[in-house]
Design a binder for this molecule. Structure first.
Ligand code: FES
Ligand code: FES
Length: 159
């Protein structure tokens, strides 16, 4: 079947099997291999992308379900060579070690800050509760999100 999805503002159209998962549709698109594919069972969160601004696990979402929706992947965070504050936060606070969970963590926490610009530690931990990190112990990830929240607040004040 022909599936046409808007990914990072660009329309991507391909003839795929009806059972094709969103994660494969995305990763089979040139330049879009940043979304990771881990457990394939909706447990790890490495595959999280945004659908209309809400985090979804692309390993358990059919590509065909995304027709007419806006998908955002980790590649959309950097704009014109400038990192998104959430990316800067992970860099500043060492929010990653191996990096496997990172694309999903970045998109999950981007969605959090979009809906709640000043989250508490508890709210951050709840937001990332569907994402597993085997390396960091989560402490630095929480610090990274707090750093990004403060950075974004400061940027808004300056604007
Ligand atoms: Fe989708 Fe693990 S690959 S949740
Ligand atoms: Fe390795 Fe999170 S940084 S799994």
């Amino acid at each position: 079947m022909e599936v046409r999805i808007t990914i990072n503002g660009q329309e991507v159209s391909r003839d795929v099997e009806p059972r094709t998962l969103l994660v494969h549709f995305i990763r089979d698109t040139p330049g879009l291999t940043g979304t990771h594919w881990g457990c394939d069972t909706s447990n790890c969160g490495a595959c999280v992308v945004l659908m209309d601004g809400k985090p979804v696990k692309s390993c358990t979402t059919l590509a065909a379900m995304c027709v007419g929706h806006e998908i955002r992947t980790v590649e959309s965070l950097e704009q014109n060579g400038r990192l998104d504050p959430i990316q800067m936060g992970f860099h500043e606070k060492h929010g990653l070690h191996c990096g496997f969970c990172t694309p999903g963590m970045l998109m999950t926490t981007r969605a959090l800050l979009d809906s709640n610009p000043n989250p508490t530690e508890a709210e951050i931990r709840t937001a990332i509760s569907g994402a597993i990190c085997r390396c960091t112990g989560y402490k630095n990830i929480v610090s990274a999100v707090r750093w990004a929240a403060e950075q974004e607040a400061a940027m808004k004040q300056e604007a």
